[in-house]
Design a protein around this ligand. Structure first.
Ligand SMILES: [Zn+2]
Length: 255
């Protein structure tokens, strides 16, 4: 049987067959008038969209060991759920993992020197003055209160933003540091605007607009010698985009 794209999955279909990349998997117990048991809900995404797949009781064994990032082939009937179409297997349906996705990089496994892309939630920011002095010509940090750049000599200092916080992916958490445009993005204000807010209303006001949510962080893990711990220096922040991720993964599988 031919598979269809997820954007073409419509409530009422008796036999829809799709391949998608597994997103969040939620397994839980239920109990009600008709009895009790277990249900497993997972999001499947391809390059055209996402759809929820719901498995009940014995059906759950078909996806045992499946994890986020694996490709799953599913056939079932489609009904209208609370948040859009949902696929259920029914008697004729099936579900099987057709490809294993790459192992996810987990915060718990990170060590000094790693340069990973980590998908994690930014859960906390430390509220403190985020400004530090930089050379206005090359942007290098000016340390020790001296306004001297190695390349440009004595300069009238400019300033940039530095913010630290905590990221968490469920396997562990880690201190993280954002500089310059990354700090600006997290705070939702460029350096100049941030200065203005802090001067007029204080540091707390600046942090009120911070964007605490899930991102994909690229960067490096370094040792912070002063505090004797490792921390994640974020070089790039990417939005979580399931459709884009699924597209990349599915194209790799089919090549
Ligand atoms: Zn300079």
């Amino acid at each position: 049987m031919q598979t269809i794209k997820i954007c073409n999955v419509i409530p009422g279909m008796m036999n829809a067959e799709i391949i998608g990349i597994i997103g969040k998997i939620i397994t839980k117990e239920y109990s009600g008038k008709k009895g009790s048991g277990k249900l497993c809900s997972l999001m499947l995404t391809d390059e055209t969209g996402s759809v929820r797949v719901v498995l009940w009781n014995d059906e759950i064994s078909r996806v045992e060991g499946a994890k986020e990032g694996d490709a799953l082939r599913v056939r079932g009937f489609v009904k209208q759920g609370m948040f859009g179409p949902e696929i259920m297997l029914g008697k004729e349906g099936f579900a099987e993992v057709t490809e294993r996705g790459p192992d996810k990089i987990r915060i718990a496994d990170l060590r000094e020197g790693h340069k990973p892309d980590v998908r994690a939630a930014l859960v906390w920011l430390f509220e403190s003055s985020p400004f530090y002095d930089i050379c206005p010509k090359c942007g290098v940090s000016l340390k020790g209160g001296e306004y001297k750049c190695v390349a440009h000599g004595e300069v009238q200092p400019g300033y940039a933003l530095r913010v630290s916080g905590v990221i968490d992916d469920g396997t562990g958490s880690m201190r993280c540091v954002f500089f310059k445009e990354n700090a600006e993005r997290i705070l939702g204000a460029d350096a100049e605007k941030a200065k203005d807010i802090v001067l007029r209303k204080g540091v707390t006001e600046l942090f009120k607009n911070a964007q605490l949510r899930e991102y994909i962080f690229s960067g490096r893990v370094r040792k912070n010698a002063i505090f004797d711990r490792i921390e994640f220096v974020v070089d790039k922040i990417n939005e979580v985009d399931p459709v884009k991720e699924a597209k990349q993964m599915l194209s790799r599988f089919s090549s």
